[in-house]
Design a binder for this molecule. Structure first.
Ligand SMILES: Nc1ncnc2c1ncn2[C@@H]1O[C@H](COP(=O)(O)OP(=O)(O)OP(=O)(O)O)[C@@H](O)[C@H]1O
Ligand SMILES: [Zn+2]
Length: 615
């Protein structure tokens, strides 16, 4: 029976019940009808009453003969307090004190009516729940919205592998949850909202559960996508409910998956404008976030893979002001994740997690979990009693085919190009003075568009930059393309962002900072008057107020600057070709290189300080 038919049957039963109830009520009313006290007195005087009972407020009795309407019983309001004394005079048999008419009423009709109303309410609630309405629409009773709570998730940090940095950051939250009161006293900054940011399937949900599991606190969860297409007010009511329930169980964790579905910046996308449901829900969430004291021991974790579309209000201090990056694993991370999941199936002796990890660049934690499952399935299908390396090989092929279709994996040639490109950035940065040191180089695709990345660690905030510094910065950006040209002899499309950045800097040098000899100390480009309007939005394109000829010179100068810097990057990398090859190979193997290892690789075995190389 489907949900729908079950439902209709429920309504049919309710309707039949209603008809019976009405009939019953009518018949009861016919038998015991209330009559005015004056009528009662008349009947009494005429000697038509057989028996009578009294309570302190009612008189109830039977008649010797039914009235014309068939009525044999009656009730009336008791007016005379001394009433019972005169009954004998009229030959009425006194049946004594009526315990309570209430009890009789209860049995005769109040109970059935209550039962009926209860049944109706229950069915309505079932209906509302099946529609995902929670209790918001039916305001009778306490609503029980679809909030998932696990008293004990049973997940620990050991179950989440390959995301050590994220785990380190979240350990603090665990400590806090273990003794919320002490934490603040000892001067720790109390966490309130932590945003887990990373691509799908990297274990954000798992991490959140692990935090709850480690701290041994209940785990309340809800998904942002559940709020889509809800009736107005229901989403907000559910958020309120969620916080209320969690408060009662604090210390606890509230986990909001897919925060972007609910916390999309107001006024962006198809829901722009209008006071729609999501806006109300988001506002309620903001209210709840602000409305609790972190000492109460409630921590809100949320996950998103699109932090850039979140409403900035969510990221403000005191809300989700901490972000934890949960990235796709590198090779070492994949080995660890594979080990976690291989524990759950029977593995043959020839399986080497290291080799499987080498076969799976770009896989997320969820992909790897899926891989182990798939391999075990293949083994079962060939009736083997353990999963072998061959099963893993076959499973990898299947999954890779699927992932390639979704455009998430690079082929080996592409990986090599990306590795050289990123090392080009890194080596130029290492070789130039006054450039932010390289913190990490990676060829793990990050998001859409970025195939690899090089992170520089700013050493200080800069407000002024010299011409040399700007040129060095450009050289680092051009290093990727220079490396590609040196090694492969051709260029790829992978440098579009780099070129954009470089061109912006060069154009500003020429048109705003007066750094071109040909054009001199003249500002050709006006800053939009942001300091006047207080807006930080780009102003609408304005009229160019210099000559056509000057414009051509600007373009020429921009180009000259970029070409000069590119040549410099080329020379630098050509000179260090051996180091480039060595480090790129290492990067291909390990997928990420950290600052320490990178510096060591770059300087060894031809130890040469970066400063010396710059000359
Ligand atoms: N780092 C990891 N270690 C071990 N298992 C992992 C890891 N990451 C993912 N998995 C496996 O993948 C499954 C799905 O991961 P999870 O739902 O936590 O990912 P997610 O980041 O929340 O994804 P989404 O953004 O799609 O919700 C987990 O239940 C687990 O089996
Ligand atoms: Zn680049």
């Amino acid at each position: 029976m489907t949900k729908q038919t079950r439902f209709n049957v429920g309504y049919a039963i309710a309707a039949i019940f209603l008809v019976f109830m009405i009939q019953y009520a009518v018949s009861v009313a016919n038998q015991i009808a209330p009559i005015p006290y004056s009528d009662f007195q008349r009947l009494l005087h005429e000697g038509k009453i057989a028996t009578v009972g009294v309570s302190d407020r009612f008189i109830q009795g039977t008649l010797k003969e039914p009235l014309p309407g068939g009525q044999k019983q009656f009730v009336t309001t008791r007016v005379d307090p001394e009433f019972a004394g005169e009954l004998d005079k009229y030959g009425v048999r006194y049946t004594g004190q009526i315990e309570s008419t209430f009890l009789r009423d209860l049995l005769s009709w109040v109970m059935p009516v209550l039962l009926f109303v209860g049944l109706w309410w229950y069915l309505g609630k079932r209906f509302a729940e099946s529609q995902g309405l929670g209790g918001g629409l039916m305001s009778i009773g306490k609503s029980k919205a679809k909030i998932y709570v696990e008293a004990d998730t049973g997940v620990t940090f050991e179950d989440v592998a390959g995301v050590d940095e994220a785990k380190d950051e979240l350990r603090e939250v665990v400590d806090f949850l273990k003794s919320p009161a002490d934490y603040g006293r000892l001067g720790g900054r109390m966490p309130k909202g932590v945003l887990l940011v990373g691509p799908p399937g990297t274990g954000k949900t798992l991490l959140a559960k692990a935090v709850a599991g480690e701290a041994k606190v209940p785990f309340f969860s809800i998904s942002g996508s559940e709020f889509v297409e809800m009736f107005v007010g229901v989403g907000a009511a559910r958020v309120r409910d969620l916080f209320q329930q969690a408060h009662q169980k604090a210390p606890a964790i509230i986990f909001i998956d897919e925060l972007d579905a609910l916390g999309r910046a107001r006024g962006i996308g198809p829901y722009a404008g209008g006071h729609d449901e999501k806006e109300q829900t988001l506002n309620q969430l903001l209210v709840e976030l602000d409305g609790f004291d972190s000492r109460s021991g409630l921590v809100i974790l949320a996950a998103t893979n699109r932090p850039e579309i979140l409403d900035p209000a969510l990221l403000r201090a005191g809300r989700f002001d901490r972000q934890v990056l949960v990235d796709r694993p590198d090779k070492k991370g994949r080995v660890q994740i594979l080990q976690v999941h291989m524990k759950k199936v029977k593995i043959a002796a020839d399986v080497d997690a290291d080799k499987v990890a080498a076969l799976t660049p770009g896989f997320s934690g969820a992909d790897l979990a899926n891989l182990v499952n798939e391999a075990a399935l293949l083994a079962t299908r060939r009736s083997a009693n353990a999963t072998s390396m061959a099963d893993f090989g076959n499973a990898v092929e299947r999954i890779v085919a699927g992932l390639e279709k979704r455009n998430r994996l690079l082929n080996p040639k592409e990986r090599e190009i990306v590795a050289y490109h990123e090392m080009g950035h890194a080596l130029v940065a290492l070789a130039l003075p006054g450039v932010d040191p390289v913190h990490k180089v990676s060829i793990i695709p990050r998001g859409i568009g970025a195939l690899g990345y090089t992170i520089q660690r700013p050493t200080e905030d800069r407000f002024l930059m010299t011409r040399e510094e700007l040129e060095n910065k450009m050289a680092v950006s051009l290093g990727g393309r220079a490396a590609e040209l040196i090694v492969f002899g051709h260029l790829s499309t992978g440098a579009a962002d780099d070129l954009r950045r470089v061109t912006d800097i060069a154009r500003s040098m020429v048109t705003r900072y007066g750094m071109s000899d040909k054009l001199g100390n003249v500002a050709y480009d006006r800053d939009p008057y942001t300091f006047l309007t207080g807006r930080d939005l780009p102003s609408p394109p304005h009229e160019r107020d210099y000559a056509e000829k000057t414009a051509a010179t600007v373009d020429e100068e921009v180009r000259a600057i970029v070409e000069k810097v590119f040549q410099r990057a080329l020379d630098l990398l050509k000179e260090r070709r051996a180091v480039l090859d060595r480090t790129a190979q290492r990067l291909l193997e390990k997928e990420t290189l950290e600052e320490a290892e990178l510096t060591q690789l770059a300087n060894h075995p031809e130890p040469r300080s970066p400063q010396a190389a710059a000359e």
